[in-house]
Design a protein around this ligand. Structure first.
Ligand code: SF4
Length: 297
């Protein structure tokens, strides 16, 4: 078992465990997130609401700065790198202050970021969001993977031409992604409003009734370092209320029902399982020349 395994699972043990780590010479815990997904709101401005919306009925719920702080501004578990961050909702443009806050935090904290993804219905322009995404793009080390896309099909309101024209001027705008003249019903999963409105096709649907989300963190701390370094290779989806699941494609009701923890109550380390570090993970860490394996004790 790794050094850190004994420090997980119970928040009440945290202070004792931190002291234990300090006694053992461990100073900081860091986490490399390969895929962070932030649901910035459950609200939407598409009228009427899309009949196939995977999420279900919209909700008047907005992610708070405290939820963001619990992930990106947390001294107990420092985010050392993000390969991809996704802004999702609901309609992300309805929470511009939060997007600006997240971007500023990533920049101020100097968190290495590979790329970002953002999807909007294109009904709104927001200078703050535009400015923030442009700044974020500048710091990405895998810029070509970054994109902003506008959902267009028979269920979405048509975005105003001037808004689309502005988006088209962005280096990271992807005009093809989620742009359908007509969305084929076969591409629609029987989830959320599609299920309620009986409009889905043959898209396979995960059986959430039997599904148990989980997050596995791997300890890839270097032998010669006393800081503990985790990597999470799975998606971490944080909902507007802080609930965590391991996939993006879930209706709100399942996110809340199947949540494996809430970031306002526990760190990601406490929510996750500490898995055995595999050769594949070590190779990945080595390739990035950042961390190497920590020997079990
Ligand atoms: S698909 Fe997007 S735009 Fe349509 S209702 Fe759902 S969140 Fe809103």
């Amino acid at each position: 078992m790794e050094v850190v395994s004994c420090t997980t699972k119970c928040t009440s043990k945290r202070n004792k465990n931190i002291s234990m780590n300090i006694t053992m010479g461990v100073f900081m815990k860091k986490i490399w997130l390969q895929n962070l997904m932030l649901e910035v709101t459950r609200d939407c401005n598409n009228e009427p609401i899309c009949k196939f919306c995977l999420r279900g009925q919209k909700q008047d719920m907005y992610m708070s700065k405290e939820i963001v702080d619990a992930i990106l501004n947390n001294d107990e578990l420092i985010v050392s790198r993000i390969d991809d961050i996704l802004f999702t909702g609901g309609e992300i443009l309805l929470n511009p202050d939060l997007i600006e806050y997240i971007v500023n935090l990533i920049i101020q904290k100097n968190i290495p970021l590979g790329a970002f993804s953002a999807i909007t219905n294109g009904l709104k322009l927001d200078e703050k969001v535009n400015r923030s995404l442009k700044s974020l793009y500048e710091i990405c080390f895998a810029k070509h993977l970054s994109h902003l896309a506008v959902s267009r099909d028979q269920f979405h309101q048509k975005p105003p031409v001037e808004i689309l024209d502005e988006y088209k001027s962005f280096h990271f705008f992807n005009n093809n992604l989620f742009n359908f003249e007509y969305r084929n019903f076969d591409d629609i999963a029987r989830l959320g409003l599609a299920e309620e409105n009986n409009i889905s096709g043959s898209m396979p649907v995960p059986l959430f009734s039997h599904y148990q989300p989980s997050l596995i963190l791997y300890d890839i701390t270097k032998d010669d370092k006393r800081d503990i370094q985790y990597v999470c290779t799975q998606p971490i989806y944080v909902s507007s209320n802080g609930n965590v699941v391991d996939t993006c494609d879930m209706p709100y009701k399942y996110i809340d029902k199947l949540s494996i923890g809430n970031v306002s109550e526990k760190t990601i380390e406490d929510i996750a399982i500490i898995g055995e570090t595999t050769p594949k993970i070590l190779k990945l860490a080595d390739e990035h020349d950042i961390y190497r394996a920590r020997r079990p004790f």
